[in-house]
Design a protein. Structure first.
Length: 117
C-alpha cells in the first residue's frame, strides 16, 4: 500500500527558504551601514590614541578622509574635536537613508571617541 504525499510540506519549506533569503538580503544592506559606522568610530578611537602627537586640524583632516573612503555622507566629515587639558573628545553625526520594501527610515549615527593622552 502506497501513501500519497501531500504537497504542503514542500511548499512550506520553499516559503520558509524564500523568507530566509529575503531576510538575509535585507540584513546585509542594513548591516553594511553599521559596519561602516564601527569602522569610522574605530578610526576616531585611533586618532584619540595619538592625539598627543597630532593637532586638531590634522585629526579632522584624517577623519574626513576616512569618512570619504568609507563612502559615508558628507555630514560624517564634520568632526568636532574638544580638548580640555589632557582630555580629548572627538564626535560627528550623520544620517543614512535606509529603504526596504514597505519601510523607509532615516537612521542617525553618532560616532564618538574620548580619552586621555
Amino acid at each position: 500500500m502506497v501513501n500519497a504525499r501531500r504537497g504542503t510540506s514542500s511548499l512550506g519549506c520553499l516559503v520558509t527558504l524564500l523568507l530566509l533569503a529575503a531576510a538575509i538580503y535585507f540584513s546585509v544592506s542594513i548591516g553594511e551601514h553599521f559596519w561602516r559606522f564601527y569602522q569610522y568610530q574605530d578610526s576616531m578611537r585611533q586618532e584619540v590614541r595619538f592625539a598627543a602627537h597630532n593637532s586638531d586640524a590634522l585629526i579632522v583632516r584624517h577623519l574626513r578622509e576616512r569618512a570619504d573612503s568609507l563612502g559615508l555622507p558628507e555630514a560624517a566629515g564634520e568632526v568636532t574635536v574638544q580638548r580640555d587639558g589632557r582630555h580629548i573628545g572627538v564626535e560627528a553625526e550623520y544620517y543614512v537613508h535606509i529603504e526596504l520594501p514597505l519601510f523607509v527610515r532615516e537612521v542617525r549615527f553618532d560616532p564618538h571617541a574620548e580619552g586621555v593622552f
